[in-house]
Design a protein. Sequence first.
Length: 399
Amino acid sequence: MRHIFCLAFLTLLLVGYMQAAETPAVIEIRLGNSGGAQSARFSPDGTKIVTAAKDRTACIWDTETGQKLHTLQHADWVRTAAFSPDGKKVVTGRDDNIARIWDAESGGKLNKLEGHEDLLIIADFAPDGKNVVTVTAKGPDAQIVRIWDTESGKELRKLEGHTGSVRFTTFSSDSKKLATWAYDASVRIWDVETGKELLKLSANKVAFSPDGKKVVTNVLGINGHQPTAAIWDVETGQELQRLEGHAGIIYFVAFSPDGKKVATTSLDDTARIWDTESGRELQRLRGGPNDIRDTRGVIFGSAVVPTSIVQFSEVVFSPNGKYILTSGDSSGWDKIARIWDVETGKQVEVLDGHAGELILQASFSPDGKKVVTEAGGLTVRIWDWQRLPPPVRPVMRDF
């Protein structure tokens, strides 16, 4: 009997040790009192994230432990930070008009990208790692997109043609084309090697298909925004498919990893998934009183009113294409990221915990097992979302 008792006691100790040693399902990274997270991005292997913050630092963190690995010290606010495709470098953009390239392993400085006339809001690597794209915040310089050589730090060319400030850039998967949108109500596609403008569309949201042969955009008409998206042939400029059904302005567009689906979010409080070949709506994602959601709700004075409608801003597919990740609407009502099943349209997870802050950025890790969220405040969260407790489905009662 004594042996049985001892064995049971040791088993409980072992289980307790294993539970204590297990990586937590949610890691919260605090950026310090002067914080102000500006971006948070995964490394290509998903083992690290790099954050940019108002406290004049970019930091590299271990995604399993939350441990800080390197601090990349700057002299001013850091607006953006991203890993190179091989994970060996980091590029940062800051308020002193200079982008910097760093050694991600040592934290040492490698190159300065100088010549901008205003603070940096975009600094990112091309998928092949050979080039960096940068964009500034305001003034005439913000209408120019610059392409740099990663190794030498030399400016290769300027992409000029926009008549409003550029606010978004994305490379095609082969790094040969760059899509931009700006406040001149246009999306433009550029040849990265020559700097030539290949295509101009009336839109202000854009995403490349995985093969780089198509783009999906929202559609701007004579009277402004339309509740419509369209798929275009990049080579010919031909409209291939019109995605109609939304009842409000389209916020964001994304292709699935296999290129067979498109996801859109809209001011009509829905996210929708479309078939790219037929243009048919496959799923409509909409939160309501009986859906899984946060139980905190929206605070009016001293009363907590449950949120009855899910509002969407950004949307991104998981790497395997089985899920999409949405983040809250820019109006500030819905401060939560959510994960949805693409095939069923059902909400499978709620990522809530940024203390009422609007989530500005959310993305999947390269293996799809984790999500990083940043809300512009003092915290960044890494979610091992498949290990979270089951979401709460609140009981609704009529009075």
